[in-house]
Write a protein that binds this ligand. Sequence first.
Ligand code: PLP
Length: 445
Amino acid sequence: MTDNTVRQLHSDLPDLQSYWMPFTGNRYFKDNPRIIDRAQGMYCYTHDGKKLLDAVAGLWCCNAGHCHPKIVEAIQKQAETLDYSMAFQLGHPKVFEMANKLTDIAPDGLDYAFFVNSGSEAVDTALKIALAYHRIRGQGERTRFIGREKGYHGVGFGGISVGGLSPNRKMFGAMLPGVDHLPHTHNLEHNAFSRGLPEWGAHLADELENIVALHDASTIAAVIVEPVAGSAGVIVPPRGYLKKLRQICDRHGILLIFDEVICGFGRVGETFAATRFEVTPDLMTLAKGLTSGTVPMGAVLAKSEIYDTFMTGPEGAIELFHGYTYSGHPLAAAAGCATLDVYNNEGLYERARSLEDYFADALHSLKGEPNVIDVRNIGLIGAIELQGIEGQPTARAMQVFRECYDNGLIIRTTGDTLAFSPPLIIEKEQIDFVVDTVKTALRNQ
Ligand SMILES: Cc1ncc(COP(=O)(O)O)c(C=O)c1O
């Protein structure tokens, strides 16, 4: 079908020709467009009149629900007051307010915030801070990074290098040199249908000792992991696993970076995964829920010790040669301040925790449905892994995705796993709707 035919069939559609869509089958999409033109609360509305319950919070980001009036108002007000001011050598009030609000809720010791525009930028920024930190301290030979198989850390060169999802890497050839990977902890033989933290798998953190022995600690700058891996299909850390990583990093002077781009802001039933799992990293990357998805913004939180290490050169000199034109953009900072207030005032972190059991029961009720080989959950994040169709990886999950969409539900697929990360405002009846709709779709395959 040509694009002209597409336009005739859907006369109220925009012209789809020129936009090269990210992480999307462009040709399929343009033949079968799904255009969201409005959203409110838990729902998105399409160009052709569909109302869809959003069980993914946009893309794991709209934690306060769509178009929250307080956040919308803050953005509007900011747009009228200050559109932009130079991000280097000048400041504006909202970005300082945002940094203070954010570090107030951060785990103890993470007292400084560096702002960026996305999760990918947050990751590359954290990696650069780690390198520079060691160099300033006279340990410039610490240049290696350790990521983890199945990790997703965005799409910058740093992020895909430490990331462990092969489709995101193999198109691009050379990666950052000197990167090694921990084994992932996804294991259906031991952990299938675990509720919350799996009991099996903490020993996999010990592999870090072997990697350290191989390369020597003096060459390793940082370890980066998602506390709960999101994009690989929701891999919940085995009980005790993150604490072990922390201990091994401490033993060898290696920085620990938690990529909480998905985990942060209530998603795992606490403000941050670091809080929930009682492990404080040296650097933490954030984005997505930081502004509830309204205006692009990311952040790197750093321990005081790291910040202080940079504050040692000549007074007046730039301490970190890094930053973006839009670091701490006024609209993003205004959206972020309002978002953090909404989370706090509406008790959304607590709400996520209080719904966790209901959400878990609902998802786990799908055990035994056709092709369901695992259900995983923590906080308001969950996954259902399906037996793939022989020779057609991802096809089964896509079929379920399409059927759910036709029946009023947005879910996310990754490989043959269905992922769920609803806004933290979801109601119990809406959780029931999610599960019933998925059940019907599974039975119809
Ligand atoms: C853990 C993690 N890190 C980094 C990113 C990249 O964020 P962005 O898409 O905003 O660049 C993502 C996005 O899903 C993520 O899940």
